[in-house]
Design a protein around this ligand. Structure first.
Ligand SMILES: Cc1cc2nc3c(=O)[nH]c(=O)nc-3n(C[C@H](O)[C@H](O)[C@H](O)COP(=O)(O)OP(=O)(O)OC[C@H]3O[C@@H](n4cnc5c(N)ncnc54)[C@H](O)[C@@H]3O)c2cc1C
Length: 411
């Protein structure tokens, strides 16, 4: 697990302070370096995250990873999982409602591999190693931004160091990349627009080998329709790393409640080792503004949408790219401040469209349930799926086919 030495004094005066060392902040630091700009990244975590979260890395993000020299490492770290199908089934071991073939598009034409499938907990160490070995990138783990003030000619930020000491840091510009709950965005008084908070889910990350049960329909996602254990398996590595994302049924649920639900969704003879259980609340929100004086919001700090579409991390990477070269030009005296005002009108509409797509994708999933109709329990569901025929079978096939836009985005 990545660790780093924080004993060196934190620099007082910086061109750029990046608050948050998630995928967006780390990519931004590497992009600045490529443009010849030094940045200081403060990240409150002491170690990199162990849970997978995002896994869909789209082509445009890979082009950006190419520019910062990590694309080969990202491809090499992809787990051994064929992206053949997206499957809907009663349980992993139960009846299948249908599947989408990822090798063809909506017209039945061949579709090239459209995303790189790497879990976020494998991606982040690659980005971290990239910036840690770069003299232009100063990344401090265990270092939290606890205050920020925007001044005429820069920002000052209060930084809390691992031992508890506080330090004031000045920077010409601040990049606010501290994630969906962004405390820095709140401190700057920037509100969010849109929908949320919505439904609460639990993400159960577990270790198990499910290869025997998925090898004939290999893929990253299995939608589970069992009325007693609804949810989605996100298969990061079929041999050892899977997340079950299931709607919360009560305010506080722990392993006692969630393990039986996981077993009911699996319905196969395995004994999963639960690594972590984390709550997650759906939002479809965009920040009111992306810039306040010398501070800029990027990534989840600027928007939060459901994972249905795999767009959150990708949107942040693309914002980092849009902003880094502009700030680099301005810092070098080769661009005027008004260039920086193009960041919001260029990036916010993309985030709004991605938020809408993600929410539409989430809502459309309901059509599969409508096509199946109400069933009492998993036995009735299995019986229904075994016997469904004629027009009803075609309606179910159409309901699954209409989910295709969720997975076929090419950029
Ligand atoms: C189940 C799930 C599946 C997903 N799948 C996909 C997918 O397939 N594709 C996709 O594109 N997206 C996906 N996402 C979304 C993706 O995980 C996020 O969009 C992404 O992590 C955002 O990156 P970020 O760097 O902007 O923010 P974060 O990853 O949240 O990083 C922010 C960082 O800031 C740090 N921080 C917070 N406050 C402070 C502070 N005060 N000082 C210093 N540091 C601070 C945090 O510790 C954190 O490390 C998924 C999300 C979930 C929950």
């Amino acid at each position: 697990m990545a660790q780093q030495n924080t004993s060196e004094a934190i620099p007082n005066n910086n061109d750029v302070l990046i608050i948050g060392g998630g995928p967006t902040g780390l990519t931004m630091s590497a992009l600045f370096s490529r443009a010849g700009i030094r940045s200081l990244v403060v990240e409150k975590r002491k170690t990199l995250p162990a849970d997978p979260q995002a896994h869909v890395i789209r082509r445009r993000s890979m082009e950006i990873f190419e520019q910062i020299g990590v694309a080969d490492a990202v491809r090499a770290a992809e787990p051994d999982l064929a992206l053949d199908y997206i499957t809907w089934c009663s349980t992993l071991g139960g009846e299948e409602a249908g599947r989408l073939d990822l090798h063809i598009d909506e017209n039945g034409d061949p579709l090239p591999k459209i995303w790189t499938n790497i879990p976020q907990n494998l991606l982040q160490p690659i980005l971290f190693d990239r910036v840690q070995s770069d003299a232009n990138c100063d990344v401090r783990l265990g270092t939290e931004c606890v205050g920020i003030e925007d001044l005429d000619d820069g920002v000052t930020a209060k930084i809390s160091l691992a031992g508890g000491d506080e330090h004031t840091v000045c920077a010409r510009y601040a990049i606010v990349a501290d994630g969906a709950g962004s405390p820095t965005r709140e401190r700057l008084g920037i509100g969010m627009e849109g929908r949320g908070p919505g439904a609460k889910f639990y993400m159960i990350h577990f270790k198990a080998d499910v290869t025997p049960w998925i090898k004939s329909r290999s893929g990253p996602l299995f939608w589970i329709l069992n009325p007693a254990a609804l949810g989605t398996f996100i298969v990061h590595d079929p041999k050892k790393s899977i997340v079950f994302m299931t709607p919360a049924l009560a305010d506080e649920e722990g392993e006692d409640q969630l393990r039986p639900r996981l077993m009911a969704a699996l319905n196969i003879p395995i004994d999963p080792e639960i690594v972590s259980i984390r709550p997650w609340v759906a939002h479809g929100q965009i920040a009111e503004r992306y810039r306040l004086g010398n501070a800029f919001l990027v990534g989840d700090a600027a928007h939060r949408f459901p994972p249905t579409g795999g767009l959150g991390l990708n949107t942040g990477i693309q914002e980092a790219h849009n902003l880094a070269w502009k700030l680099a030009l301005v810092l070098k005296g080769r661009g005027a401040d008004r260039l920086l005002d193009t960041y919001e009108p260029e990036c916010k509409p993309a985030a709004q469209a991605n938020a809408q797509d993600s929410m539409d994708n989430q809502e459309k999933l309901g059509r599969v349930f409508e096509a199946i109709g109400r069933v009492q329990d998993v036995d009735a569901l299995d019986e229904r799926l075994r016997s469904i025929d004629g027009a009803e079978k075609r309606a179910l096939k159409d309901a699954i086919e209409c989910q295709r836009s969720h997975f076929s985005q090419r950029t």
